[in-house]
Design a protein around this ligand. Structure first.
Ligand SMILES: Nc1ncnc2c1ncn2[C@@H]1O[C@H](COP(=O)(O)OP(=O)(O)OP(=O)(O)O)[C@@H](O)[C@H]1O
Length: 261
């Protein structure tokens, strides 16, 4: 499998605090990779680095074979990398449909602003049709006309995915997609992400819900204090001593009858 995303020994520092140190990680074309680790281990920082919001202190990031770590966030997004947020904040006045349609302007860019008359209307009609289809697929049609800020936490998560999908990304980075989503709806979220994946979108998912990870991911990378400590199938995580040490502490892991990792 060819690598779509490659992080090659990346380092991120904030002041004197080293948040990522020499992290190597790759995501193959068409894979679904889980990014795990205890709180503060650096998972969101990885997404910030890939999307161009956290400058590297060392190392390289390549996407589709091309170096991207010196590009602007906007250019990186245009190349086909999109992310969703752990706690999405929504504008108070725009409706769910308007916000979804607005997300596509990042894809059409300045070119769309120069269109006139019939061409502009045709683009708007196509954008509206795509937004409606995505909202339908993500079961948000019933709230399409409501203010985006008024919908539930779980619906905001789905709306974040709809907005990201408007730009037809190659790689979608999801930051805790189940946070704020009712446990009964998490199975549906897995199904939605699987159908997005079937469209040819590669996924990297930060998540704490292990059941969700097992259902969705092909492979997991586990971070601890800014370094990767495991790279394995989800089913192998609970037998991995380094992972248990990181999550539960060494004292606890020493008491467990574990297989060697
Ligand atoms: N902009 C920033 N400035 C200073 N420190 C930061 C910044 N962003 C993150 N950090 C620090 O980097 C470390 C890793 O943070 P990060 O948010 O990447 O962890 P995480 O694994 O995503 O945690 P969580 O699971 O709690 O979301 C933390 O110690 C955090 O305080």
């Amino acid at each position: 499998m060819s690598a779509l995303l490659e992080l090659d020994g990346i380092a991120i520092r904030y002041g004197g605090n080293t948040v990522l140190s020499g992290l190597a990680l790759s995501v193959g074309q068409g894979e679904i990779v889980g990014l795990l680790g205890p709180n503060g281990s650096g998972k969101s920082t990885v997404l910030n680095a890939v999307t161009g919001f956290a400058p590297l202190a060392g190392g390289e990031i390549r996407f589709d074979g091309r170096r991207i770590d010196r590009l602007t966030p906007q250019r990186i997004a245009q190349l086909g990398i999109r992310r969703t947020f752990q706690l999405p904040s929504m504008p108070a006045r725009m409706s769910v449909l308007e916000l979804t349609m607005a997300a596509s302007s990042e894809r059409h860019g300045l070119g769309a602003a120069l269109l006139r008359g019939r061409t502009m209307r045709a683009l708007e009609d196509a954008t509206r049709a795509r937004a409606r289809a995505l909202l339908d697929e993500l079961k948000l049609s019933a709230v399409a006309q409501l203010p985006a800020a008024s919908i539930s936490g779980g619906q905001k998560k789905l709306l974040g995915i709809a907005c990201a999908m408007m730009t037809e990304p190659k790689l979608l980075l999801l930051d805790e997609p189940t946070a704020g989503v009712h446990p009964n709806l998490r199975g549906e979220l897995v199904a939605e992400l699987r159908s997005i994946h079937r469209l040819g979108v590669t996924l990297m998912v930060i998540e704490h819900d292990m059941h969700f990870i097992r259902e969705l991911c092909d492979r997991c990378v586990v971070l601890d204090r800014g370094s990767a400590i495991a790279n394995c199938k989800p089913a192998e995580l609970e037998r991995n001593r380094r992972v248990l040490d990181a999550y539960l502490g060494r004292a606890h892991a020493a008491r467990q009858p574990l297989e060697a990792s």
